[in-house]
Design a binder for this molecule. Structure first.
Ligand code: PCD
Ligand SMILES: [Cu+]
Length: 807
């Protein structure tokens, strides 16, 4: 087996399609040809379909459930209620946040759409008929949808199961609807700074409730093989291993007898991290009927009941000198969690990494307190391109800085520049407890401002305001600035776990004799393109072409244990594991090469795809040759084969950052906006695949546009969800989506083996404040300070009206 083709070094690098290559996504062939394999594509012999009777009320007692008529509907085989699950101890399940959640209504319901009974039938249509026939008698209870009202002394008790329990999963509870208080930073020092400051800007910043609304809703297929005692569970899981562990813990089925498979997933966006009642009910139904049972939500189920995002009321105070140097930050958050605390934050972080809210600025002291509150809304709160509340934090600080600029009468770009953490301050210790690994904010900022001709824009804006005042135009110009700092890559096991599972991740590599390979990871792609990018990391590490490497994820029977994909953790954690496992392979390959070339290990050096004898470039062994040799003529006494596994516990998070600028025209009379320009500079350290990064940024920015400019999960006073369909819930199409200009700087992470940071979340984290700041900035000259998102046409019109701009 020889491979001596004398091609140039550049050709060899090119052939690998390693880190930095614009490799086309290997996944796309099957996705663009309709050959994906999603949960709903899974069909098994005799498979049944389960669906839920859901509560029409947001808060009610369940007086009785009569299933008799439903059981007579043709095709209906069983109807499960809490009473059926109770003897098995499965009528409640643990949430990833240390709370517990009803699987099926146990005596009462806490939000509209809550699961009340599970109808199992021969197909989806029979199940729907069965649902119609289940008779549920409810007795309505007073509803609370406002988290502030939920904390009033006489507010109705939502969680009767917790009555009298004044200590929860995250410490003391102050009120029957209170979940936790989470405090960070130095309260006294911060209050002292505020009291003595030249200027203090104070504001309530609300990040509304929204929903990631992935193309494919959540679903699963459970198949219990009673003969072998094996449960197979296919599902839209962003964390298949964690789901396996949870299913084992709550069902008592031993973990080796459970196989969880995440097939192709049609977008996750954090919506598919947690565990849903549908999973538990499908498993129970499969055990009861002895048949495979499928459950797949419809669009309304997904929007109304699964993991929403945000709903954070953030009260802020920011102090500064007259010259604009920020001296302190104070923040209190009232966090609306809905009926159950079903976030997916690491145990020690009940508000995720919200304590990144000092942002990109060198703020000497800060204090943060978050109060979690129960209301009559759907649970979740983990989702939407940031499972860990970083988007909320970035929105908060980027609004506070804008408001401070107004207060100081300063230019907001300049105010940021004065306060940025400087390049030589990294690793930087923030006042709220993080160690930022690396950054160069001034360089990024200057590049961004130059790219859009910031000064020119400000001049144009000033002229526009004058023209408006003279009655020559009805359009205003807004310049939305944002400099965000993300925190991704959860995370170091020393402070990050979910349900006691440390948040490491893993990669296992097996090299085949002919020089191709399979790598299996503990993460799972939902569209991000892991099969493309992780093969690139490996190609650069082990010198086999990416095209010769299969990347497989999502099957717990084959993949090594990992915590899954959310919080942009795959590249920082599993990507690092991939590089480390690759290095183990290379170390063994070096020994084999030395043996074959009859030199000492240290006499070899690595060159792209081969080991070369130092000073004798004509003597080398390619990785392909070494792979084959490892299966037959490896060193005597050394194990044959070429395999490695790495469980990677990152020493720190990674801190990607970016500078975004949105230029927006606003028609004062209609509230209609038009995005004239959107410039996005991202720094995610070493870039694995620039084309994938650009796609991630486009997608994330479009989701940011949706959130900032129209998307909302809204409730009326009765707790009715007013936006449960795509008629009411805004999802941007190509028509609303502007052209984006993407750019980058590269500041590698010093601790990640290849210097990469995450990027998937960044465009949403930075995009939302950029859009929102543009709206606010357009009206700054007319006295607007703060206005809540989403900035749909109606709300923009109302701003203009409120400022007296309609004459
Ligand atoms: N430096 C760098 C970084 C990165 N990258 C790439 O990019 C991507 C991404 O990554 P990241 O950042 O690491 O992330 P991940 O982990 O993988 O993922 C996650 C994310 O991702 C994003 N994106 C996306 N896309 C798609 N298509 N789909 C989806 O679903 C999604 N989701 C979203 C979300 S929401 Mo959460 O869950 O809320 O937390 S979080 C999230 C991949 O492929 C990678 O590899 C590169 O290349 N380079
Ligand atoms: Cu995040």
């Amino acid at each position: 087996m020889t491979d001596q083709t004398p091609i140039s070094r550049e050709d060899r690098v090119e052939k690998l399609k390693g880190v930095g290559s614009q490799r086309k996504r290997v996944e796309d062939a099957r996705f663009t040809q309709g050959k994906g394999n999603y949960v709903d594509d899974i069909k098994m012999p005799g498979m049944l379909f389960g669906d839920f009777v859901r509560s029409p009320y947001a808060h009610a007692r369940v007086v009785s459930i009569n299933t008799e008529a439903a059981l007579k509907v043709p095709g209906v085989l069983a109807v499960l209620t809490a009473a059926d699950l109770a003897p098995l101890g499965l009528h409640w399940m643990p949430t990833l946040a240390g709370d517990k959640q009803m699987v099926l209504a146990d005596g009462k319901v806490l939000y509209q759409g809550q699961e009340v009974a599970f109808v199992v039938a021969t197909d989806r249509y029979a199940a729907a008929d069965g649902i119609e026939a289940v008779e549920v008698e409810y007795s309505e209870l007073p509803v609370v949808v406002d988290p502030f009202k939920a904390l009033l002394p006489d507010a109705p008790v939502l969680r009767e199961d917790l009555e009298g329990k004044m200590v929860g999963a995250h410490g003391p509870r102050k009120h029957h609807n209170h979940i936790f208080t989470w405090e960070q930073g130095d309260k006294d020092a911060t209050e002292a700074v505020l009291a003595g400051a030249d200027v203090v800007a104070e504001e309530m910043v609300y990040y509304h409730r929204t929903h990631p609304c992935p193309l494919e809703p959540c679903g699963c297929v459970a198949s219990m093989d009673k003969v072998n005692g094996k449960l197979t569970l296919y599902g839209t899981f962003q964390a298949p291993h964690a789901i396996r562990t949870v299913v084992s813990l709550i069902s008592g089925i031993e973990e080796h007898n459970i196989r969880v498979i995440s097939p192709d997933i049609g977008g996750g966006f954090g919506n598919k991290v947690g565990a849903y009642p549908g999973y538990v009910c499908s498993v129970v139904a499969s055990i009861v009927t002895g048949k495979p049972v499928k459950w797949v939500e419809d669009r309304m189920d997904n929007l109304m009941t699964t993991a929403f995002a945000r709903d954070y009321w953030m009260k802020g105070k920011i102090a500064a000198t007259k010259e604009g140097k920020i001296t302190g930050l104070w923040c209190h958050v009232t966090a609306d969690h809905g009926g159950f605390d079903a976030c997916a934050d690491p145990t020690k972080f009940p508000a995720g990494f919200f304590n990144i809210c000092t942002g990109s600025y060198d703020i000497p002291v800060a204090y943060l307190a978050v109060d979690g509150v129960y209301t009559n809304k759907a649970p979740g709160g983990v989702a939407y391109r940031c499972s860990f509340r970083v988007t909320e934090a970035a929105y908060f600080i980027e609004r506070m800085v804008e408001i401070l600029a107004i207060e100081l009468g300063m230019d907001a770009a300049e105010l940021r520049r004065i306060n940025f953490i400087k390049a030589d301050q990294f690793p930087y210790h923030s006042a709220l407890g993080w160690e930022y690994d690396s950054g160069d904010y001034h360089t990024a900022w200057d590049k961004a401002l130059a790219a859009v001709d910031y000064e020119g824009l400000r001049k144009e804006q000033a002229e526009r305001v004058e023209a408006f005042k003279r009655g020559e135009t009805r359009k205003l110009l807004g310049i939305g600035l944002t400099h965000f700092t993300e925190i991704v890559g959860a995370g170091p096991v020393k402070n990050c776990d979910i349900l006691g599972l440390g948040m490491f991740d893993s990669c296992e590599i097996r090299i085949h004799p002919t020089g191709s390979a399979i790598a299996r990871l503990g993460t799972i792609s939902q569209g991000q393109g892991h099969a493309t990018t992780f093969a690139q990391i490996l190609a650069s590490e082990i010198g086999l072409p990416a095209d010769s490497i299969t990347v497989e994820e999502g099957d717990t029977d084959t993949a090594p244990y990992g915590l899954g994909t959310y919080g942009s953790r795959s590249t920082p954690v599993a990507g690092a594991a991939t590089a480390m496992a690759g290095r183990k392979i290379r170390a063994k390959a070096q020994m084999i090469a030395a043996y074959l070339l009859e030199v000492h290990d240290n006499d070899l050096e690595w060159d792209v795809d081969r080991f070369v004898v130092k000073g004798a470039p004509e003597r080398f062994k390619t990785m392909k040759e070494i792979a084959f040799a490892s299966y037959n003529q490896a060193i005597p006494g050394l194990e044959p084969g070429l395999e490695a596994v790495s469980y990677y516990d990152p020493p720190n998070m990674t801190y990607p950052f970016g500078a975004y600028i949105c230029v927006m025209e606003i028609d004062v009379d209609t509230g209609v906006h038009e995005i004239r320009q959107f410039y996005a500079l991202d720094d995610c350290g070493t870039r694995i695949n620039p084309m994938i990064i650009e796609g991630q940024v486009h997608g994330g920015l479009t989701e940011a546009l949706a959130i900032a400019m129209g998307q909302e999960i809204a409730y009326d006073e009765m707790g009715n969800c007013k936006t449960g369909t795509l008629m009411d819930f805004f999802v941007p199409t190509a028509w609303e989506t502007p052209h984006y200009t993407t750019d980058h700087t590269t500041t590698p992470s010093p601790h990640h083996p290849i210097g990469a940071k995450g990027v998937g979340e960044s465009p949403n984290v930075g995009g939302v404040p950029a859009f929102s700041n543009a709206v606010h900035d357009a009206f700054r000259a007319f006295g607007l300070r703060q206005s809540h998102m989403p900035h749909d046409h109606w709300r923009i019109w109302k701003i203009a009206n409120g400022l007296g701009l309609h004459g």
